[in-house]
Design a protein around this ligand. Structure first.
Ligand code: NAD
Ligand code: UDP
Length: 304
């Protein structure tokens, strides 16, 4: 697995290890942490290789979970050229291993490939409304070329590929400095700091709890479905509603600090998950109420 020390990867490793699979975790730790995977260090079924996927590597594996890439806008924009290289060169390198070993490769794509969508909710046949020149370009165009590479390898080399278009996910192990909205709001609220809303808070997202996402990824890897598939929650919520929900749960009253709208911020986002329900028999089970309770408890335990 690439990116195994990150938020999604480490939860996925937990599930795979519990199912007695052998896991090799490749990570350069740019946003991941040893803490996330430390419980598996020393386990004979687990191997950690500190490696940047931008550089080639040779491995003998039967499945590749290709997750390496910072997911938070703050982190992927820190070094946009590295983000683009991670998606382009990193994906070529992993597809090269898949070709050599006949491994099936699951690529962690993203709802960002739909850009600032003018179709709502977003279904897999929608090709997106994407501006390649904006500051999110390194990420969304990186993911788009990576998807394209996956299908070129499938067409030319019969490589087995699975593409998960992941929508906003959250849960324990997100970092307080991650910059994404759920951790920002929880951390600010716990520290009695005003919640930072970019713009007027009317923009929407649909937040999927991590355990649901992990089940979706596992089902996708073992399914016969090889076209892109959305994985995410279809419970849409505005950012203002989210801020009020978190303030209420934490019972804190630091107020809201409205900041300028951020550049190129998608206005609405919600997946159409009809395909995942049909092909994978998957749908999210944890609602935002329960998911936020679990995440808030984790933040209290870890940081307060
Ligand atoms: P994360 O930043 O927590 O984890 C990414 C992991 O990849 C980290 O451990 C990081 O150190 C590693 N990494 C980054 N670049 C690397 C490189 N060049 N070589 C080796 N390792 C590298 O992010 P996440 O939330 O766990 O996301 C995992 C994947 O899922 C990403 O590909 C992301 O684009 C995708 N995704 C996530 C979300 C979400 O809401 N979390 C949404 C859409 C897509
Ligand atoms: N956002 C916000 N305040 C924050 C962090 C994010 O208002 O402190 C907004 C951001 O502008 C976006 C939404 O919350 O509209 C989700 O942002 P995030 O970075 O979590 O993920 P994105 O979906 O943009 O990749």
């Amino acid at each position: 697995m690439t990116g195994g020390a990150g938020f999604v990867g480490s939860h996925l490793i937990d599930e795979l290890m519990k199912s007695n699979e052998s896991v090799i975790c490749l990570d350069n730790f740019c946003t991941g942490s040893l803490e996330n995977i430390k419980s598996w260090i020393g386990n004979p079924n687990f191997q950690l290789i500190e490696h940047d996927v931008i550089n080639p590597i040779s491995l003998d594996v039967d499945k590749i979970w290709h997750l390496a890439c910072p997911a938070s806008p703050k982190h992927y924009q820190d070094n946009p050229i590295r983000t683009a290289k991670t998606n382009f060169l990193g994906t070529i390198n992993m597809l090269g291993i898949a070709k050599k070993t006949n491994a099936r490769l699951l690529f962690a794509s993203t709802s960002e490939i739909y850009g600032n969508p003018d179709v709502h909710p977003q279904h897999e046949n929608y090709n997106g409304s994407v501006n390649p020149n904006e500051i999110r370009g390194c990420y969304k165009e990186g993911k788009r070329i990576a998807e394209s590479l996956c299908y070129d390898y499938q067409r030319i080399h019969n490589t087995e590929v699975r593409i998960a278009r992941i929508f906003n996910s959250y849960g324990p192990r997100m970092l307080p400095n991650d910059g994404r909205v759920v951790c920002n709001f929880i951390f600010q609220s716990l520290n009695n700091q005003p919640l930072t809303i970019y713009g007027n808070g009317s923009q929407t997202r649909s937040f999927c709890y991590i355990s649901d996402l992990i089940q979706g990824l596992i089902k996708l890897m073992s399914s016969n479905y090889s076209k892109p598939i959305n994985l995410g929650s279809n419970q849409e919520i505005s950012i203002l509603e989210l801020s009020n929900l978190i303030l209420k749960k934490i019972n804190s009253d630091p107020g809201i600090c409205y900041m300028p709208e951020i550049q190129d911020d998608p206005k609405r986002r919600k997946p159409d998950i009809t395909l995942a329900k049909k092909e994978l028999k998957w749908m999210p089970l944890i609602d935002i109420d329960q998911g936020l309770n679990n995440t808030i408890n984790y933040f209290i335990k870890m940081y307060m």
